[in-house]
Design a protein around this ligand. Structure first.
Ligand code: TYD
Ligand code: MG
Length: 455
């Protein structure tokens, strides 16, 4: 009970301290502690809730086999890309956090989902940022079914929980967590203490009433969710809606999911009629001209549970600088430098006096090492100014001794390429399947030299 009324909370990891200090002992970050004032009620309520868990009553011990999985139904949202990222739909009593930059389309996506879902279940949309008129105007403009959705314009968590208590929605959205506040805490909304306590109270309500809760969070300048790590341990599922302002494509990616796999990718396009699902992402990242061009190679990357075809472009040109430029967009810069060294040493090609630019078309970010071989072949193609065949697809990891290493799910990647009309493939030998996709010539290679010979 004798708890200080002032605490210092680390903005990065959420650890709290009784006294201010320059460095957070928990995560090692400097100058991230900020002062929060705790009301006595909040201090005790918060800590007892943490100690007891969410159920107020004493829980019983059961064996794993006795747990009835049939009692965990999934609520399909009707938006397939969203469901996929969630791992098959929303789970009642779970809390999902959707993060993204302002203007990414979080409110638009959730309004679309809720309007459709409200036709078959009780849904409540709590908006703290926009007025009811603004939400209604958007729903009209997007031509959404507007009759059943319940709306609430409110920022006080106590009032929101009271309203939810009364209307008993099965699905509730709070847009956004940064404007919500609880009365017990004196600091401003958006601060670490407010965000943490507001989320904790709403999540406690969701668990007790078995409501599916979706929280919206804006990301800060440095790309982390506001009050960064403070929310991550409380929620069941964390999803990011990403997309650069100049591109109309938005990707939805899970970063934490207690009910499914992460790194699933959902792709949307922002149109004048709201967010539209992109069912076949390979098609948008692959919009190529019909003329084969030097320096362009198509590769297959693995995103979550599905393969996506992406085009990679390279431009190699005589450098006028003493220190030639190496620039990678959508790929790791250091990996490019490393691969160029491998190309010189094991492929015998000299690019030391050339500028090298590489780009992944469509603004995709490729983090997989399966892009290595495609990257090197596109560089060679540009260096020699010789286009590669239009129906060629390439993937594989390149090791430092010039060996080509296998990548996971080789077979699925080949079938995806075959589906899109590719007829030739250069892949790691271990990935070359015994049963080849129909009409496709697959060349398995063990070393970089073999790959270069193959083209
Ligand atoms: P919004 O969903 O409000 O973003 P967030 O809630 O993530 O901050 O708005 C997304 C942006 O999308 C907004 O700047 C305008 C644009 N937009 C469209 O291009 N078409 C549309 O149909 C809608 C509703 C929004
Ligand atoms: Mg919004």
């Amino acid at each position: 009970m004798a708890r200080a009324k002032t605490a210092y909370v680390c903005n990065d990891c959420g650890a709290d301290y009784a006294k201010w200090q320059g460095r957070c002992d928990a995560c090692g970050a400097w100058n991230t502690l900020s002062e929060v004032r705790l009301g006595p009620a909040a201090a005790t309520a918060g800590s007892t809730a943490r100690r007891q868990g969410y159920a107020g009553s004493l829980s019983e011990v059961t064996t794993l086999a006795d747990i009835d999985l049939g009692s965990v139904p999934r609520i399909g949202t009707g938006v397939e890309e969203f469901d996929r990222v969630l791992g098959g739909g929303l789970v009642p009593g779970s809390a999902v956090l959707i993060g993204g930059h302002p203007g990414a389309g979080k409110s638009t996506l959730l309004l679309q989902v809720l309007c459709t879902l409200a036709q078959r279940m009780k849904a409540l949309y709590v908006t703290g940022e926009e007025s009811l008129q603004q939400v209604a105007m958007r729903a009209r403009r997007l031509d959404l079914p507007v009759d059943n959705l319940q709306l609430l314009s409110e920022t006080s968590v106590e009032n929101i929980c009271a309203a939810a208590e009364q209307h008993k929605p099965q699905l509730m959205v709070a847009d956004s967590i940064q404007v919500m506040h609880v009365a017990d805490i004196a600091s401003a909304p958006g601060g670490v203490a407010q965000v943490r306590e507001s989320a904790a109270q709403m999540i406690r309500y969701a668990k007790q009433s078995n409501t599916a809760l979706i929280l919206v969070g804006h990301v800060t300048k440095d790309g982390t969710l506001a009050g960064p790590k403070v929310l991550e341990h409380m929620i069941d599922c964390s999803i990011m809606l990403e997309g650069s302002g100049d591109s109309r494509f938005r990707t939805l990616r899970g970063t934490k999911n207690r009910f499914g796999a992460i790194n699933e990718l959902g792709v949307f396009a922002m149109t004048e009629r709201g967010l539209k699902e992109v069912k076949n992402p390979s098609a948008i990242f692959l919009s190529r001209s019909d003329e084969p061009a030097a320096g362009s190679v198509v590769m297959v990357v693995w995103e979550g549970t599905r393969p996506i075809l992406v085009e990679i472009q390279a431009l190699v040109d005589d450098s006028s600088l003493g220190n030639p430029r190496r620039l990678a967009v959508g790929l790791d810069q250091n990996r490019l430098a490393m691969l160029l060294a491998v190309l010189h040493r094991h492929g015998g090609l000299q690019v030391g006096d050339q500028d090298v630019f590489v780009n992944v078309v469509g603004g995709v970010k490729v983090v997989e090492t399966s892009a290595d071989l495609a990257l090197l072949l596109s560089i060679v193609s540009s260096l020699r100014d010789r286009p590669l065949p239009h129906d060629l697809v390439v993937f594989g990891e390149v090791g430092l001794s010039g060996e080509i290493r296998p990548v996971p799910s080789g077979q699925e990647r080949l079938y995806e390429a075959a589906k899109h009309g590719f007829r030739r493939a250069i892949v790691p030998l271990a990935n070359a399947p015994r049963k080849k996709p129909k009409g496709m010539a697959v060349v398995g290679v063990k070393t970089l030299a073999e790959a270069l010979a193959a083209i």
